[in-house]
Design a protein around this ligand. Structure first.
Ligand code: SAM
Length: 280
């Protein structure tokens, strides 16, 4: 007989009580208790690929991924969850749990024998950005990332130019991926209830990322452009180069000096960066 799904309020309480587990704030532990949320997330996670999950917790999303994907490799930092996951996921022989800090994991640990993987996670809030930037470094090897993050962070990743939320983070993510907010998740759906709402965001990698642009240097340049949002691009760039050079670069890229960093599209940042390299 099949077990009851993990992602319900009563089963979550039962599991946490059985193993005497109290959620650790320091690990960003808020367990998802809504079955339809984890089902929708698993469906959206491109389970036609081998899936890597970050932070399985007590296994609520892992279980739904295991039902759909050829394999699930999940990275969990909290050793206390070892007996819990051995119990809750015992029916799924396509799941491997790695008790390891994902930020410390090496490329070979993450990919194993797979050329490409899809990543799925209800991310711990405190490490959302470092985890995503670690994944961004693998480029085409991670064609899809489906993550639950704080709603405000989802808005920054998906923001359009000229909006309040548009930032260096938006430019960086959208340079590499098509980024879409898939759905919102209310805070009341977690145990314990966090003090923010969440949203699920889907990233699908562009097939035509420019090969002539060194990604990390481009990102550093974009961050310099955004140093002070209220300043013009020209004034932000004055911090890193002389005014003659700025004028040459802006002219070459066809961008007016009076524009502010949040007004430029991703393509304009690409143009600007290419001019910056050319006019070195
Ligand atoms: N996936 C579960 C769910 O949806 O209920 C748990 C999500 S909870 C928000 C985040 C999980 O990530 C916790 O299980 C936590 O222990 C784990 N975690 C936190 N930091 C981590 C890290 N650096 N590497 C791997 N797992 C981490």
């Amino acid at each position: 007989m099949e077990n009851k799904p993990i992602a319900t309020p009563s089963r979550t309480k039962e599991i946490l009580n059985k193993y005497g587990i109290h959620a650790k704030k320091g690990f960003g532990q808020n367990f998802m208790t809504n079955l339809s949320v984890v089902e929708r997330m698993a469906e959206a996670s491109h389970p036609e690929y081998p899936v890597v999950e970050i932070g399985p917790g007590i296994g609520s999303l892992t279980e739904q991924l295991a039902k759909r994907a050829p394999s699930v490799d999940a990275f969990e930092i909290d050793e206390r969850l070892r007996p819990v996951l051995a119990d809750t996921l015992q029916a799924y022989d396509n799941v491997t749990i790695h008790f390891q800090d994902f930020l410390e994991a090496q490329e070979e640990d993450i990919f194993g024998s797979h050329e490409k993987i899809s990543v799925s996670a209800n991310l711990p809030y405190y490490v959302t950005t470092p985890i995503l930037f670690k994944l961004f470094e693998y480029g085409q090897r991670v064609p899809y990332i489906t993550v639950m993050v704080q709603k405000e962070v989802a808005e920054r990743f998906t923001a359009a130019p000229a909006s309040k939320e548009y930032s260096a983070l938006s430019v960086e993510a959208q340079y590499l991926y098509t980024v879409k907010k898939l759905f919102n998740v209310a805070r009341t759906q977690f145990d314990p209830v966090p003090n923010v709402d969440s949203a699920v965001v889907g990233f699908s990698v562009h097939s035509d990322i420019p090969e002539d642009i060194p990604v990390q240097e481009f990102f550093a340049f974009v961050r310099d452009c955004f140093k002070q949002r209220r300043k013009t691009l020209y004034n932000n760039l004055k911090e890193i180069m002389d005014t003659d050079r700025i004028s040459r670069i802006l002219q070459d890229a066809g961008i007016e000096a009076g524009r502010r960093p949040q007004e430029l599209s991703v393509n304009e940042y690409i143009q600007l960066y290419r001019s910056f390299r050319r006019e070195g």
